[in-house]
Write a protein that binds this ligand. Structure first.
Ligand SMILES: NC(=O)c1ccc[n+]([C@@H]2O[C@H](COP(=O)([O-])OP(=O)(O)OC[C@H]3O[C@@H](n4cnc5c(N)ncnc54)[C@H](OP(=O)(O)O)[C@@H]3O)[C@@H](O)[C@H]2O)c1
Length: 261
């Protein structure tokens, strides 16, 4: 019986960053569990490719090209999703910020990281909250192990993801019991965003050597956690940041990065 609690038949899920990596894998997982999925990212062509994959397995998918850094674009996404009759699940995946040491990080860089990783997710949470609340919905935010680990180069990204973690807890508290809000703190996961690591075998092998489960994450590892947190399987869980990081509580970065001081 317990597997039935992972089903999302007839539910509508909105996934940002859905054309690649963790977002694509999450969209596929939610659809496999029966959800209809609204796929959002900037590039239409890659979104259409994911939609074709979903439709090939008889899932329903709607492509909505969206720039999450643009509030008008987010509002258009919300309107399209609500037109379908109400949203049950929101997965905020789009985010990320290239590593830069603190002395080379401008105020504008910090604000851009915050806008991309936090404000965009908050905007969608707030705009969809009435619909989610009416349907006992769930929100899953994709955070990062860098929200709590310390490594040189991640002052903007880590600070923004730490804010996303606490946004998750605060919204979970404010919106309980009507909406559950959780996050997944992903460790290094083999996607396009990690190509700066996987292009350097020495760096990749060093990170694997420092990871207890002795490999990088795959997008499907994160998607499985997303499905758990989005579905009734986690119906008694809210305000949590679930680490899916190979069991590494601290830095796995193998090389020193000069701070410039
Ligand atoms: N990979 C990792 O090691 C790792 C670890 C921890 C956390 N994360 C987090 O996981 C999330 C996804 O990363 P990923 O590794 O799956 O990256 P990815 O494979 O590069 O995918 C990024 C996705 O976000 C979309 N996107 C980028 N900018 C966007 C914007 N302004 N508006 C809407 N969509 C946008 C991209 O499509 P378009 O370019 O077409 O818009 C793409 O669909 C991020 O929040 C990242 O911080 C990743």
């Amino acid at each position: 019986m317990v597997l039935g609690r992972f089903r999302l038949d007839g539910k509508l899920a909105v996934v940002t960053g859905a054309s690649s990596g963790i977002g694509r894998a999450s969209a596929l997982a939610l659809a496999e569990s029966g959800a209809r999925v609204v796929l959002a990212a900037r590039g239409q062509e890659r979104l259409e490719a994911v939609a074709a994959e979903l439709r090939a397995s008889r899932a329903e998918a709607l492509v909505v090209p969206t720039d999450v850094t643009d509030s008008a674009s987010l509002d258009a996404l919300v309107a399209r999703a609500l037109d379908l009759g109400g949203v049950d699940v929101l997965v905020n995946v789009a985010g990320g910020t290239p590593p830069t040491v603190a002395l080379a990080t401008s105020d504008a860089d910090l604000e851009a990281a915050f806008h991309f990783n936090v404000t965009s997710a908050f905007h969608l949470c707030r705009a969809l909250a009435p619909s989610l609340a009416a349907r006992s919905g769930a929100i899953v935010n994709i955070s990062s192990a860098m929200s709590h680990r310390v490594d040189a180069g991640f002052v903007a990204y880590g600070t923004a993801k730490a804010a996303l973690d606490h946004l998750t807890r605060l919204l979970a508290h404010e919106w309980a019991p009507k909406i559950r809000v959780n996050a997944v703190a992903a460790g290094a996961t083999r996607t396009e965003a990690l190509s700066f690591v996987t292009a350097l075998p020495e760096l990749e092998h060093g990170m694997i050597a420092r990871t207890p489960l002795a490999r990088l994450g795959e997008a499907e590892d994160i998607a499985a956690a997303v499905l758990y947190l989005a579905s009734p399987a986690s119906g008694y869980v809210t305000g949590q940041v679930l680490a899916v990081d190979g069991g590494a509580p601290t830095s796995v970065w193998p090389m020193p990065i000069p701070s410039g001081l």
